[in-house]
Design a protein around this ligand. Structure first.
Ligand SMILES: Nc1ncnc2c1ncn2[C@@H]1O[C@H](COP(=O)(O)OP(=O)(O)OP(=O)(O)O)[C@@H](O)[C@H]1O
Ligand SMILES: [Mg+2]
Length: 251
């Protein structure tokens, strides 16, 4: 299976920071799979995602997306990926549909196509009845689902979601899961971050655990559990995570 994402030796130190956010991070995400990018607070997940989509510049290292270098071919890379940011990136005083019309136009998509794609995605993510309501009046779960739609209007092959289920209820979470599984079955690749390890264990074929900007371990949740069981009592992905990242709280 070929790689959708190939990251090698990524190093990033923010201006004025004491330590590097990414310290030689390398990882791969296979094409057509759901990969979980996991790590404690401050591990470097969002920094990694922001570098992939060109929002943050790495000091060293390389990022290849479907074989395209993110450093030199950022426009091609941007057309191939859809990023769902950790913070909701929608205008609260506009309706969902108005947001999608605006965001779609930034990608140069014809209005008629935006309307058609929005309609389909709004239905699939349970928002069809709310398309003409202001996003500011949406619940947290509705905002998260609308945030996903906004990143898919240009039909990217790779979707990167930064904590798409943070602060959402069980129903919204289940809907997002189903949607991601369907999306993958349609041949797309997914990289997502989450602090819900039970969710990652259920959803991901592969997980990459990072800490302090470095790759710690990766593999299928099942293989990692079996492997870790040789060293400690380990029944679930959370046990693997705690074994490798420790129990101390992060600043
Ligand atoms: N703009 C910035 N300026 C300075 N330091 C930053 C900036 N953004 C992130 N950092 C620092 O870089 C490190 C990695 O942060 P990052 O947000 O990438 O982690 P994360 O894994 O996404 O964490 P979380 O799970 O809390 O979202 C942290 O120490 C953080 O404080
Ligand atoms: Mg983050």
């Amino acid at each position: 299976m070929s790689s959708a994402i190939e990251i090698s030796g990524l190093y990033k130190k923010y201006k004025g920071a004491w330590s590097a956010a990414l310290d030689g991070l390398s990882l791969t995400a296979e094409k057509g799979r759901i990969t979980g990018l996991l790590g404690p607070n401050g591990a470097g997940k969002t920094t990694c995602i922001n570098i992939i989509c060109g929002l943050v510049r790495a000091d060293r290292g390389s990022v290849q997306i479907f074989g395209h270098d993110a450093g030199t071919q950022i426009q091609t890379v941007r057309s191939l990926i859809g990023v769902v940011p950790q913070q909701i990136a929608l205008f609260e005083n506009m309706t969902a549909l108005e947001n999608f019309r605006y965001i779609g136009s930034l990608y140069g998509i014809a209005q008629v196509t935006i309307k058609e794609r929005s309609k389909n995605l709004l239905e699939r993510l349970g928002l069809a009845q709310h398309a003409d309501k202001r996003v500011g009046r949406y619940s947290g779960g509705m905002k998260r689902r609308a945030n996903i739609i906004a990143s898919l209007l240009h039909q990217p092959d790779l979707i990167i979601l930064d904590e798409p289920t943070a602060g959402v209820d069980v129903q919204s979470r289940a809907m997002i899961h189903e949607f991601l599984k369907e999306y993958q079955q349609a041949g797309k690749t997914i990289l997502y971050t989450s602090h819900h390890l039970d969710e990652a264990e259920e959803l991901c074929e592969n997980v990459v655990i990072i800490d302090e900007g470095r790759h710690i371990i990766s593999g299928s949740p099942k293989d990692l559990i079996i492997q870790t069981r040789k060293q400690t009592d380990c029944r679930k992905l959370e046990d693997v995570f705690l074994h490798y990242t420790g129990h101390s709280v992060r600043d």
